[in-house]
Design a binder for this molecule. Sequence first.
Ligand code: TYD
Length: 201
Amino acid sequence: MRGKLITLEGMDGAGKSTHIPSIIQLLESRGLEVVSTREPGGTPLGEKLRELLLNEAMHPETETLLMFAARREHIATVIEPALARGAWVLSDRFTDATYAYQCGGRGVSAEKVIALEQWVQGDLQPDATLLFDVPVEVSVSRLASARMPDKFERESAEFFTKIRNAYLQRASENPARFRLINSNQALEAVQANVKEIVMAL
Ligand code: TYD
């Protein structure tokens, strides 16, 4: 039986990465093989592209094309083979991040991203997407204490407002796929919410 693709999304500072180990544990406790990965990255080439994407200034469309180049490699060498053998793939970010950051944040046209998405993904879409949502002030104040902020993490509150709005818009357009998580609560409460969602999957 084919596995499932679960993606995690949210603004920088929304706290999604904190929940990855417990999600893996939950799925493995149900006897599933779990492949935990991330974007941009997830392959040796993709990690090199990530280095560039997170550190170098570039034209927004160059950024978009490199995100999809990394994604093509990721799908071909990691995601598809894993799903085909029945593993569940947990990806820390996927294409919704491109709609949020490159379209919402940088103003790249959605039509261009739709074309790239069709080219690179064909019919592949996440089976479920957990969107960790926090108010922009919370995300910005968490990022202010980050040790070595990357190119995206150095962006303004105005940029993050666009990211958040773009994510919430994606969620409202795809209600069957998205699970919205209020990440502005005590960690235990968020954890309980995540557990409930994952068990239902
Ligand atoms: P992130 O997932 O936040 O990793 P970390 O927790 O290690 O900082 O970093 C990835 C960054 O890449 C994040 O700021 C969002 C950005 N990004 C895009 O702009 N577009 C995309 O398509 C993807 C996958 C990520």
